[in-house]
Design a protein around this ligand. Structure first.
Ligand SMILES: Cc1cc2nc3c(=O)[nH]c(=O)nc-3n(C[C@H](O)[C@H](O)[C@H](O)COP(=O)(O)OP(=O)(O)OC[C@H]3O[C@@H](n4cnc5c(N)ncnc54)[C@H](O)[C@@H]3O)c2cc1C
Length: 542
């Protein structure tokens, strides 16, 4: 990676920034910089300074100084972009602009179901806020840490589990600091006195929201997030299918229900490797990587299937009952097991697990421990339990405060999108499993029926960064897999900092993006190389 701002006067810029945001928040401390330069895979980009402004006005001033000094900034909201680069910039030499101190919820409307947040507002903050206000609204949460920012995730077009799971589809009215230091509001939010800013995405005229997600054209300091009215009744469902060729029929059976609105949530299906990594660490003593034959044995022992799905039904009791009937009918003969779980059953199971054990000798405690986080996510409750999976190949116990960067957990993700067709799902999984096993990694894969007609596949390469040579091997596997997926027409819904050159494969599109970039950010001070490739901007893969 090239340091795009290699030889500037760091101390001069630092002094100027410190005057604006306060010396405590313009950080050049070596340890803090080293932590910020650490991702879940090998990187070489250096961060000369970390800036932590506390107000939108301070951010504007920081940007103006960056422009004058031609010193690039890399904005992050909470910097937990694990598996894609954490807080590490695409190109070295950028000052890290940490927006986590801007952490206010600036508007809340219970009746219309929205909040407006700053970048430092985390999943946990919003969850607590709704609770504190006795709100009848549900947020959507990702499976990442409760300490992740809502804006950071939406800027990457991340997703969660409820009917509002496709995050960028459920936000509007962005407040953006342009590379000049000016502030713009998108949609109606920008028109004086407009009443519908937080409730109508498009405004009037060209719609600009998309320009600021997965891009480097501005710094988002405000965003309205729509929230879901808590349904009268909620019931989650869990699917198991142990047939090797069972995935395609499952997807084809679920698609009509997703398309006709019976299933409004983002249904997730994991392969057996994904489930195993969710319930524990690598079974030491086994050969690496775990072969499909060994997985069969482990599946039998652990009582899980080749394919495990989860989702939920939301509505009135009558609506849920009808959806349950349709789901049962659609999955008859396709799933080996279809189980439903609601609050009543869950609380009964927790209350009577002692008695249950006495009668059946089966201990429900562990099952409940595993179910609760997924069950909660389907209701928009954030959890940190999922972070344990990043310690899959670590020779250490999963700590109480998991931090994959600090603990040198290796994680690289690629996340191709496909049409919601059984054949495409099967092809994606077969290709990815084969490739990763050949490279020596367990292929942990989930498929999410994210929209009515598409599915997103999240494929992880999970390893231990302490093992000599493993960083290189994992990166080689990632490059090989990503290259093959793209060759077959499966492009990722988001890109990691090591894979930004995808957009280069469409010369007309990337030329248009470059034209926009040079018009809005002629000095290239915001996140150089992020999604919009500038010539020679460190977009080399690997
Ligand atoms: C076990 C595990 C489970 C995960 N599950 C999920 C999941 O279910 N869904 C999911 O989507 N992700 C998931 N992730 C990936 C990731 O952790 C989340 O997407 C997380 O929300 C991204 O980090 P962040 O919120 O701290 O965003 P940040 O790191 O702050 O931001 C992400 C990127 O967006 C840009 N950006 C951030 N803020 C701004 C801004 N204000 N203006 C302009 N650009 C900005 C920056 O380039 C930054 O690198 C998971 C990760 C792990 C390890």
């Amino acid at each position: 990676m090239r340091d795009n701002m290699g030889d500037h006067d760091v101390s001069g810029a630092l002094q100027e920034w410190a005057r604006v945001i306060g010396p405590d928040f313009a950080i050049s401390d070596r340890a803090a910089r080293a932590a910020a330069e650490t991702a879940t895979f090998q990187t070489s980009q250096r961060i000369p300074v970390i800036l932590r402004p506390g107000t939108p006005q301070e951010v504007c001033e920081v940007v103006r100084i960056a422009n004058r000094r031609r010193f690039a900034l890399y904005p992050v909201s909470s910097g937990k972009n694990w598996g894609y680069g954490s807080s590490v910039p695409v190109t070295g030499g950028c000052a890290l602009l940490d927006l986590s101190r801007l952490n206010r919820i600036t508007a809340f409307n219970e009746r219309l179901g929205y909040v407006t947040v700053q970048p430092g507002v985390t999943q946990q903050d919003l969850f607590d806020y709704l609770k504190l206000n006795h709100s009848k609204l549900w947020m959507d949460a990702t499976g990442s840490s409760p300490a992740c920012s809502l804006i950071g995730n939406a800027m990457e077009r991340g997703f969660g589990h409820t009917p509002y799971g496709d995050h960028f589809s459920n936000v509007c009215g962005l407040e953006v600091i342009l590379p000049t230091g000016d502030i713009v509001h998108t949609g109606y939010a920008g028109l004086p006195g407009a009443k519908a800013g937080p409730v109508y995405r498009w405004g009037v005229g060209p719609s600009l929201d998309g320009l600021f997600s997965q891009s480097n054209l501005g710094i988002v300091i405000g965003m309205t997030v729509w929230l879901m009215p808590a349904p009268e009744y909620f019931q989650s469902f869990f699917i198991q299918c142990d047939r090797e060729d069972g995935l395609a029929p499952l997807v084809d059976a679920l698609r009509p229900l997703r398309m006709n609105g019976t299933l409004r949530s983002a249904v997730h299906i994991g392969n057996d490797y994904k489930v195993l990594a969710g319930i524990g660490q690598f079974p030491w003593g086994e050969q690496m990587p775990l072969s499909p034959e060994r997985m069969k044995v482990l599946r039998r022992q652990g009582k899980f299937a080749r394919w495990s799905g989860s989702g939920a039904l939301y509505g009135t009791r009558a609506q849920v009952a009808e959806a349950r009937r349709l789901l049962r009918k659609a999955l008859a003969g396709k799933a080996d097991k279809l189980q439903f779980l609601d609050d009543r059953v869950l609380s009964l199971a927790s209350r009577f697990k002692g008695a249950y054990k006495a009668v059946t000798r089966l201990d429900l405690t562990r099952t409940l421990q595993l179910l609760r986080p997924v069950y909660g996510l389907l209701k928009g409750v954030p959890t940190s339990d999922t972070l344990g999976s990043t310690y899959w190949r670590k020779h250490m116990a999963i700590p109480d405060d998991p931090d994959p960067d600090r603990d040198r957990c290796g994680l690289l993700w690629t996340a191709p999108v496909a049409p919601m067709e059984g054949s495409a799902a099967q092809a994606l999984i077969a290709m990815s499993e084969q490739k990763l096993l050949a490279h020596g990694f367990e292929p942990q894969i989930s498929l999410t029926l994210l929209t009515e007609r598409s599915l997103a596949c999240v494929i992880s390469i999970t390893y231990d960064r302490e093992v000599p040579g493993e960083d290189d091997r994992a990166m080689a596997a990632y490059v090989d897999l990503q290259t093959q997926l793209e060759r077959e027409g499966y492009y990722s819904y988001r890109l990691g900092i090591a894979g930004m050159q995808t957009l280069n494969s469409n010369p007309v599109y990337s030329a248009l993006l470059r034209t926009l970039k040079s018009a809005l950010d002629p000095a290239n001070v915001i996140a150089p190389g992020r999604y919009i490739p500038t010539k020679g901007s460190g977009a080399a893969r690997g």
